[in-house]
Write a protein that binds this ligand. Structure first.
Ligand SMILES: [Zn+2]
Length: 505
């Protein structure tokens, strides 16, 4: 997992002229919401070794004055952290931009001029921030740092696709590429088919589409989807399941299921929006079918190994049966793995990606982007998980790391907004409407959660079995080709022996 460390803006001022320009004031123009500490370091005894000046999150200009000091060896460092309203546990995030500025005087006018000669970012991230910082010396001992073009690291130029995935400003511009042998239409069809089947089988436990809670979730989900990316054919449909399971799921193409237990346990609307964003990111990235594709690839490799084994050891009479047994063995083993992969898109990569892009979607519609991290804290506090869905969700990857990662992204990369939605009256009303519905027993809830899991696993099973069937002929041909090859070699060898014998005569 990408781990972002502590960042800091360091501006080193070098005096290029004989008489150093005395500085008495530093002005920092910035966006409100950007908070942090400006550190001035100098060997000048008037300043002491360093001086820390606290930036106010509400100001757009901060001014600091001090006794006149020479610019020689003067270093200014800005440790910033955006999103001043991050939860307490996340407020230690800060970024470090390290800039070197040379400053001198025009010999004719005695005007002070500056030049940004170097800018560094700590830790090293693939972004170029040189365009978002301007340093000038307007005279009268003033140094002006203009950071108004800077609003989180996403306002820097990105170098490479990895950073594009982390920036909400790239939504709709970046490519979501995962190897996938299914079409977009396959995603929609498979998702709709299973959703219809699951709903038909569990009608009593699913709130009707016109239930106020469902209507509310559909509205939030529509806004999130409209602000997101991915194939236009993916449209969200939200279903609320009346079961005390702490989870939510998306099927390929856009069918999203939210369990009542999750709505009950969430402490804010932003937490719920975070989950919807996360699930929607699984849809836009097509993680479900990408994971089945991966399972196919594993199956190919295993089948090839099996076929090679068969060629080596099995006589022609047994060929067909042996091959069939191999396909059965491989697909049975894979269905377990493939089903689970499919169900949860649980690879570390997919979960991290859904956290990243989902929090960007939440940000895009003005929810606190760390809502999903807040909800993970609820998960951590809940002991004795009983449903398979909850167990699987809780393990991969570790929730603590996922919380930290979302906090890093929120504090450092996402543009600061003046205000975020934490919760709303609509959310409280929707939850109230849900709470007035009778709650099924805990056993029924767990049963429903597990049935859902089993059903999704079954889709993967069907897909993989079809694949085995589809490719049986291909593998048989490959085996046959090897047999023919071997037969030719036998003939050549036999001919060679005959010749040898002839020569020996
Ligand atoms: Zn997920």
């Amino acid at each position: 997992m990408r781990k972002l460390g502590l960042p800091t803006l360091t501006i080193l001022l070098l005096s290029a002229c004989e008489a150093p320009v005395p500085l008495t004031q530093v002005e920092l123009a910035k966006n409100p919401g950007l908070s942090g500490t400006l550190r001035i370091e100098s060997a000048d005894p008037k300043l002491g070794n360093s001086k820390d000046l606290v930036l106010s999150a509400t100001n757009t200009t901060d001014r600091f004055t001090f006794e006149s000091v020479g610019t020689r060896e003067l270093t200014l460092s800005l440790s910033y952290s955006g999103q001043a309203n991050l939860p307490k546990s996340a407020t230690s995030r800060a970024a470090t931009l390290r800039a070197t500025v040379s400053i001198g005087q025009d010999p004719d006018t005695r005007a002070v001029r500056t030049k940004l000669t170097r800018l560094e970012l700590e830790p090293r991230l693939p972004v170029d921030c040189s365009r978002v910082i301007a340093v000038s010396a307007p005279g009268e001992g003033r140094l002006r740092i203009d950071l108004t073009a800077f609003n989180g690291l996403s306002s820097c130029l990105s170098e490479g696709r990895d950073f594009d995935k982390l920036s909400p400003l790239k939504i709709g511009e970046r490519e979501l590429t995962h190897s996938n042998r299914f079409s977009v239409a396959d995603d929609v069809r498979m998702g709709n088919e299973y959703a219809a089947q699951f709903i038909a089988e569990n009608r009593a436990s699913i709130l009707p589409d016109e239930h106020p809670t469902t209507v509310y979730f559909q509205r939030v989900m529509d806004r999130i989807a409209a602000a997101s990316e991915g194939p236009a054919a993916f449209k969200p449909t939200v279903h609320v399941i009346n079961a005390d399971v702490l989870n939510a799921f998306a099927l390929p193409g856009g069918q999203v299921f939210v369990f009542r237990g999750l709505v009950d346990s969430a402490r804010s609307e932003a937490e719920v929006a975070g989950v919807l964003g996360h699930e929607w990111a699984h849809v836009t990235n097509r993680h479900g079918t990408a994971n089945v594709t991966r399972a196919y690839r594993m199956m190919n490799a295993l089948l090839a190994a099996e076929v090679a084994g068969y060629i080596a050891v099995v006589s022609a009479e047994l060929r067909r049966d042996y091959y069939r047994a191999a396909v059965a063995r491989v697909s049975t083993g894979l269905v377990q793995a493939g089903g689970v992969l499919y169900l949860l898109s649980k690879s570390r990569e997919a979960e991290t990606e859904a956290d990243e892009m989902g929090s960007q979607y939440a940000w895009a519609v003005d929810y606190e982007p760390w809502g999903i991290a807040d909800l993970f804290e609820v998960f951590l506090g809940r002991s004795g998980r009983t449903s398979r869905l909850e167990e699987l969700l809780s393990d991969h990857p570790a929730l603590e790391k996922r919380i930290d990662h979302v906090h890093d992204l929120s504090a450092l990369i996402y543009p600061v907004k003046p205000a975020y939605v934490h919760t709303s009256r609509e959310f409280e009303d929707a939850r109230g409407a849900l709470r007035s519905a009778p709650l099924p027993s805990s056993g029924q809830s767990i049963g429903l959660g597990n049935r859902f899991a089993a059903g999704v696993t079954a889709i993967a099973e069907t897909k993989l079995a079809a694949y085995a069937e589809e490719n049986q002929e291909r593998f048989e041909k490959a085996a046959l080709a090897v047999d023919v090859g071997k037969a030719i070699i036998d003939l050549i060898e036999a001919g060679q022996k005959k010749e040898d014998r002839g020569n020996a005569k």
